[in-house]
Design a protein around this ligand. Structure first.
Ligand code: NAP
Length: 469
């Protein structure tokens, strides 16, 4: 295949990737979007294999990489639980970061193979691209490893703060800039590794102060970093498709981070600087007691069915626990039964409910919940005051009023679903544990709250049975 044909094939792939992103922006078109992405990647791989100068050895290496990576990817994707996707994504981002570091090192030690000069005489422009790819890649790697550890519960999700943390981050950032300038001027190998080391440390320091509730923003931000790292590699290896794809991932990740920041009422600059302004929060942990508060009122599925049957308007608020219990199907059955009874049913989606962007939308779509019944936070919040029941199933942080009232709370400032305005609030959860951010939820003790203790799927099944009686 000639160089022009391969460039043309890359262009077609780029367009397909853009269409894929467009398709993924709505649940109805997401399957088609995925298909565009897969076809685009297929064309890209084929065009790479048929590129002039690939040779038998090159093709064998690419095919071996595809076989090993493809097998591992297939096995992991087959086994992974939907609820563990965020940590898987973080782990994958770390691989992109590390790949950028390896490519930068390969280009530095064998520049001739990349057509960027000879050892000790690498073009200045290539040194700039290489050092940026190296720095962003190393930050992405160590930052993603920490994000993985936090999301997977291997380290505490609480913010790790120490005095002068932001000044230290800023000083290290400036030092990094100085090292990059010195490296571009001299091409010194010691400086190359110092940049890598400093970037690894910086990635670590940027993510440790970020508390549990802000992790969604971090995941999308690291997604963006991994895209820019890939674009950096693209420049180094002179591959236009990698530059385009990396930039697409980088830009879409940045836009998603911005949207998530808006959803969480956080400043994107603060998050970029590593939890700048994080106040932390010494809230109660899982299983927190009720102190001197009113006793908790617990009800049965039969009670809930009776109250809901006699309601006019019910708003269902799904959260992480619904995903864990895989209760979406039976939840829709419950919604259908209530609609037959003449009850108005809608579903309220908080932008960070669950453990990944769009988590609840995906699950509800999987259960064939009509899209027009699914409403976003701004749209649904005014409706809680008119609702007879807020049916909170496995959600916690996204309903917690501490976000509005407690300045010392880790979730302070995050917009929440105003479920407490409904006449009756049901919380379906297994016990009194706090949510992901580790913040005690005072709503459990309110007079208009009824706790329905148990696994979300089991409790909802029992409600469905009671409704059918
Ligand atoms: P949450 O605050 O984590 O609360 C989930 C609740 O579900 C828990 O309190 C738990 O209580 C209950 N639960 C767990 N398993 C259950 C089961 N089988 N049946 C019934 N209940 C069950 O969830 P959320 O309200 O959806 O809020 C999401 C949180 O995750 C936010 O803090 C958000 O910032 C964070 N986060 C979001 C993303 C994202 O992109 N969406 C990514 C990372 C982190 P029990 O143990 O008592 O049952």
């Amino acid at each position: 295949m000639g160089a022009t044909v391969s460039t043309l094939a890359y262009l077609v792939s780029s367009v397909l990737f853009i269409l894929a992103l467009r398709g993924l922006s709505h649940p109805e078109t997401s399957r088609q979007g995925n298909l565009f992405g897969m076809v685009g990647m297929g064309i890209a791989i084929l065009a790479t294999l048929l590129r002039p100068g690939m040779g038998g050895g090159g093709i064998a290496i690419v095919l071996a990489g595809l076989a090993i990576g493809g097998t591992i990817g297939t096995v992991v994707a087959g086994r992974i639980q939907m609820t563990a996707l965020p940590q898987l994504v973080a782990a994958f981002h770390s691989l992109v970061g590390m790949a950028a570091v390896f490519v930068a090192a390969a280009a530095f030690y064998a520049p001739a193979s990349f057509g960027i000069g000879t050892p000790g005489h690498i073009h200045a422009g290539s040194l700039v691209e290489m050092s940026l790819g190296l720095a962003i890649g190393a930050v992405t790697f160590s930052g993603s490893v920490i994000a993985f550890a936090k999301l997977d519960g291997r380290m505490s999700g609480a913010p790790i703060l120490f005095p002068n943390q932001h000044k230290l981050n800023l000083a290290l950032g400036i030092l990094m800039l100085v090292l990059i300038i010195a490296f571009v001027a001299t091409g010194n190998s010691l400086l190359f590794w110092l940049i890598a080391l400093l970037a690894f440390v910086l990635g670590f320091l940027l993510i440790i102060p970020i508390g549990g509730a802000d992790m969604p923003v971090v995941v999308s931000m690291l997604n963006s970093y991994s895209g820019w790292a890939a674009a950096g590699i693209g420049f180094t290896v002179g591959n236009i498709l990698l530059v385009v794809t990396g930039a697409l991932v980088g830009a879409s990740g940045a836009i998603l981070s911005y949207i998530m920041c808006k959803g969480m009422n956080r400043s994107i600059i603060n998050v970029l600087l590593g939890g700048f302004g994080t106040t932390g929060g010494g809230e109660a942990g899982p299983g927190a007691g009720n102190g001197d508060r009113a006793p908790v009122k617990a009800g049965s599925p039969e009670d809930a069915a009776y109250i809901m049957k006699n309601s006019q308007k019910i708003i269902i608020v799904p959260g992480y626990g619904m995903a864990v219990a895989q209760a979406q199907q039976v939840l829709r059955e419950m919604g259908d039964l209530l609609k037959k009874e003449g009850v108005e049913v809608s579903y309220a989606i908080h932008p960070v409910a669950g453990r990944m962007p769009g988590h609840m939308n995906v699950l509800l779509a999987e259960a064939n919940v009509p899209y027009d019944e699914v409403k976003e936070l701004e749209e649904i919040n005014p409706e809680f005051a008119e609702a007879d029941v807020a049916f909170v199933i496995g959600a916690n942080d996204v309903t917690n009023p501490a976000a509005k009232t407690d300045k010392s709370s880790a979730i302070y400032g995050m917009p929440i679903l105003d479920v407490e305005r409904a006449k009756t609030v049901f919380f379906i959860k297994r016990g009194m544990a706090s949510g992901y951010a580790g913040v005690d939820n005072e709503l459990f003790f309110r007079p208009n709250t009824m706790m329905l203790f148990g696994d979300a799927k089991k409790v909802t099944q029992e409600i469905v049975q009671a409704l059918q009686r």
